[in-house]
Design a protein around this ligand. Sequence first.
Ligand SMILES: [Zn+2]
Ligand SMILES: [Zn+2]
Ligand SMILES: [Zn+2]
Length: 195
Amino acid sequence: MTDAKTTSDTKKTQHPEHHNTGCAHTTGLPLLPAMSPEQLEEAWTTGLRAKGRRVTKQRLAVLHAVQDHPHSTADTIVQAVRERIPAITVQSVYVILADLTDIDLLRKFEPPGTPALYETRTGDNHHHAFCVRCGKVEDVDCAVGSAPCLTPSNFHGMALFSADVLYRGVCAGCQTEAEAELAKSQMQAAASVQH
Ligand SMILES: [Zn+2]
Ligand SMILES: [Zn+2]
Ligand SMILES: [Zn+2]
């Protein structure tokens, strides 16, 4: 009887912070872009401990690398982490990225046709604008402010907690480039007509 009680108590403490609110705003770590590296490290330390993770220099190096290179691929992050820890393996960085994503210290974002991108801005339900020419990604604040930001006409009884909005377009730099290319091809066409 004592054993049974102990077991149920253990089970209870294994899920101390199970979120059941369905609100994406409550899950992540709200990071202000204005935070200094020291303040960020303090916030990450708190976040890691809250999720039962040890604060290691490897985990902090990955978080700094993603912070310094937002919307980066795992390969870019490996290169950045190696500036701090030259001997770290690709595999270690991949494992840490996946784990930090699981505990909402990182957000993973997968635009169509490109490898997954990582960022430290989590839990604020922001969206992304993606340039279809060069792959540039910009953050777009959620227009509605809370998840799911799109209310479906029929949600088939599911408890929805998020909706991914991807704005696709052509960035300012690519628009200028496209205009220049168009002007050049028009000049070439005009020149070939004269011959
Ligand atoms: Zn572009
Ligand atoms: Zn973002
Ligand atoms: Zn939204």
